[in-house]
Structures are given as structure tokens and as C-alpha cells.
Design a protein around this ligand. Structure first.
Ligand code: ATP
Length: 359
């Protein structure tokens, strides 16, 4: 996929045509991405799709077989260029274990700073920015996992990098802490005007934190764009399935409308006439009151329900034998075998049946 250099990206990160194989295994294939200055890009993809390899090439810890990496207008990787990692002005925030255990928090944050009277004040300033004022004298192990990640971020930012790379930085934190820490870190990055690339396999993390999401599938960029574009206009069934949940149904497209077991539904993105796979988002299917004129109105037999707190997910079988999931607000139990009426909101995603072959 071509990635034009957008306005302002000259000061940011521009990766083009990146290729990498380990033996016969092609891990990255013509990967390109553009990160404008002071913006956050999330590289999203399943385990093994090449995210960390790409990050390591940008940081300088891995060599590329092909391609170019430019940062702030300077070539870091090219046919005849390979700038040493320490000369790239890139900060790396790994999953965990980023701190030196034998140094204090202040010692960690000030590690890369020149010695002198200004070091202590810079350390205090960065600890203040990450919300950890007064912790300079403490040991890393005295802090929670989330606090340690913020210290690591302070250390990375203190070195005044042109780019920060975050490699699944929240994955070692438990679910509750994870949400808080990722919001705090995103806030600090934005406040500091940092250019950042976040690698994650968590689609909620990518959609909620990033300005741009780059979806990497099988070592290739499947799609890149703003979060809402990836969720609402995925270019393929594989992209739709990875970015958010979908329910798949068979359908037949004719002139922008698909016929399916859920009735005739308008299609969001152009699709050629013929057999298609429909990808429904769970929030599009809801329980309908029979006879209220909802269109289309279809009945289904309840298979099971699961209560999650904010909502109940009801799985039901359509007349075609296909299963759908319906999300009903609050506690909305349904007996197995009960007949429910369903309605579909909005237009639906549909992809040619043939696109499955490319998955
Ligand atoms: P994860 O989220 O699990 O870390 P990832 O998307 O970051 O996955 P990579 O770590 O980049 O993926 O790995 C991509 C593929 O390259 C994997 O199949 C991995 O086994 C392989 N790989 C990575 N590093 C090496 C290496 N040094 N030698 C051989 N194979 C490697």
C-alpha cells in the first residue's frame, strides 16, 4: 500500500518499503507508515505479525533487508545508511523491566542527562509531569507496575527524543490499572508534544489512544487511517474482524443492497454484485418490539445469554441456521428456545466471498 508523505510529516517519522525476512520467513513486506510530528500512531496487529520487528528496525536494534527510515528529515536507515541506535534520538518504552533496579527513581530518570546542577531539577520536572513528584529518592521496586512505567516514560522523555516507541507498554499491567495508566501516558505524550509510535495487539488501546492506526496483518499494512475509518470502513473482512467484533453472515449483493437471513440491508462500502460475507457490528443488531415497524424485522431462537454488567449478550439462531449476537442494555435474560425479534440499525459491511481466499 502506498503511503504518501502528508504535510508536516517531514519533521516526523517516515518509513517506506520496509522488508525483513528471518531465513525463509518473510516477516515484513513493503511496510510503510508516516507519523506526523506531535502525533501518536498505533501499529496494531495480532501476535507474530511483525510489529516488534518493525519497531526494532526503527530503533536500530535490528537490520532491514530493504526500505528506508527517516526521522525529522534525516535518513536513519537506507541503502547505504545505518545510524547507530544511540544516535537516532529515539526513546524506547518496552513492556516491562525498563528500569535499572540498582538506581533510585531519580537516578533512572536522570540516567542519560549530563551531570551538573541542572540534572536534579530536570529529574524533578519530568517526575512532576508524569505525576510522580517526590518519588526521586525511592527504589523502583517500591513503586507499582503502573508507576514504574511512568518513571520509564519520564526517563525516555528527559532525553529529549525526536520519537518515542512504545512496545506493548501496558501489557504487564492488570486490566483496571491498564486503562488508567494508558490514559495517563497518552496525556503526558500529548502534553509534551511527543511524536510516538505505540505497538499493540489491543484494538481498544489503538482506537482510543492514537491519531492514526496502522493495521499490520501478516507483515503487510492492511490499512492505515484515523481510528474511526478503520472501524467504520475496514478495507477487508480480515480488517473488519481484527478491528472490533463482527458477526459474519452470508449474503447476496445487488446494486448496493444485500439479501441475507436478516433481510435486505444497505451496504456501506461499494461491493460487486454476487455472493458476499456480511460483517455486522454487535451494536447494529438489537432486540425489537414486534410490530413496531422496525425494518427489517426478523425472528430468531435464543441459544444462550450472558450477562456482562452494562449489557447482556444474547446468542440466537436465525431461520438460515446462522448465529447472531445481540447486545441488550442492562440485565436482559432470555430463555433458550425463546423467539425474539431482531432489527438491524444502519448500513452493513460486506465483502466479496472471494476475499476470504486472501485472508
Ligand atoms: P508479538 O505481539 O507476539 O510480539 P509481533 O507482531 O511483535 O508479535 P514479531 O516479534 O515482530 O511479531 O515477530 C514476527 C515473526 O518473526 C514471528 O514469527 C517471530 O517468531 C519471528 N522472529 C522475530 N524475531 C526473530 C529472530 N531474531 N529470528 C527469527 N525469527 C524471528
Amino acid at each position: 500500500m502506498a503511503h504518501p508523505v502528508v504535510d508536516g510529516a517531514a519533521g516526523g517519522l517516515v518509513v517506506t518499503g520496509l522488508g525483513k525476512s528471518f531465513g525463509r520467513h518473510r516477516v515484513l513486506d513493503d511496510v510503510g507508515l508516516t507519523v506526523p510530528p506531535r502525533s501518536i500512531t498505533a501499529v496494531l496487529g495480532p501476535s507474530g505479525c511483525g510489529k516488534t520487528t518493525m519497531l526494532r528496525i526503527v530503533a536500530g536494534f535490528e537490520t532491514a533487508d530493504a526500505g528506508q527510515v527517516r526521522l525529522a528529515g534525516r535518513e536513519l536507515v537506507g541503502p547505504r545508511t545505518r545510524v547507530a541506535p544511540q544516535d537516532r534520538r529515539i526513546g524506547l518504552l518496552p513492556q516491562e523491566g525498563a528500569l535499572f533496579p540498582h538506581l533510585t527513581v531519580g537516578g533512572n530518570v536522570g540516567f542519560g542527562l549530563p551531570p551538573g546542577p541542572e540534572r536534579a531539577s530536570a529529574v524533578d520536572r519530568w517526575l512532576d509531569i508524569v505525576g510522580l513528584a517526590g518519588t526521586a529518592g525511592r527504589r523502583p521496586e517500591e513503586l507499582s507496575g503502573g508507576m514504574q512505567q511512568r518513571v520509564a516514560l519520564a526517563r525516555a522523555l528527559a532525553a529529549d527524543p525526536a520519537l518515542i516507541l512504545l512496545d506493548e507498554p501496558f501489557s504487564s499491567l492488570d486490566a483496571a490499572l491498564r486503562m488508567t495508566v494508558r490514559e495517563e501516558i497518552a496525556w503526558v505524550l500529548r502534553d509534551a508534544g511527543t511524536t510516538a509510535v505505540l505497538v499493540t495487539h489491543d484494538q481498544a488501546e489503538a482506537l482510543s489512544l492514537a491519531d492514526t492506526v496502522v493495521l499490520l496483518l501478516g507483515g503487510r499494512v492492511e490499512q492505515a487511517g484515523p481510528p474511526a475509518e478503520l472501524y467504520h470502513r475496514p478495507v477487508s473482512l480480515a480488517a473488519a474482524a481484527f478491528v472490533g467484533e463482527i458477526v459474519e453472515l452470508a449474503g447476496d449483493a445487488r446494486g448496493g443492497v444485500v439479501s441475507s437471513a436478516l433481510g435486505r440491508l444497505p451496504v456501506r462500502l461499494p461491493v460487486p454484485d454476487g455472493p458476499v460475507t456480511i460483517a455486522l457490528r454487535p451494536e447494529q443488531v438489537r432486540l425489537a418490539a414486534p410490530g413496531t415497524g422496525d425494518r427489517p424485522e426478523v425472528t430468531a431462537q435464543v441459544v444462550e445469554h450472558r450477562y456482562y454488567g452494562p449489557d447482556t449478550v444474547i446468542r440466537a439462531r436465525l431461520a438460515s441456521g446462522e448465529l447472531v449476537a445481540v447486545r441488550a442494555p442492562g440485565f436482559a435474560p432470555r430463555r433458550p428456545g425463546e423467539t425474539i425479534t431482531l432489527a438491524v440499525d444502519g448500513d452493513v459491511l460486506a465483502y466479496p466471498e472471494l476475499s476470504r481466499a486472501g485472508e
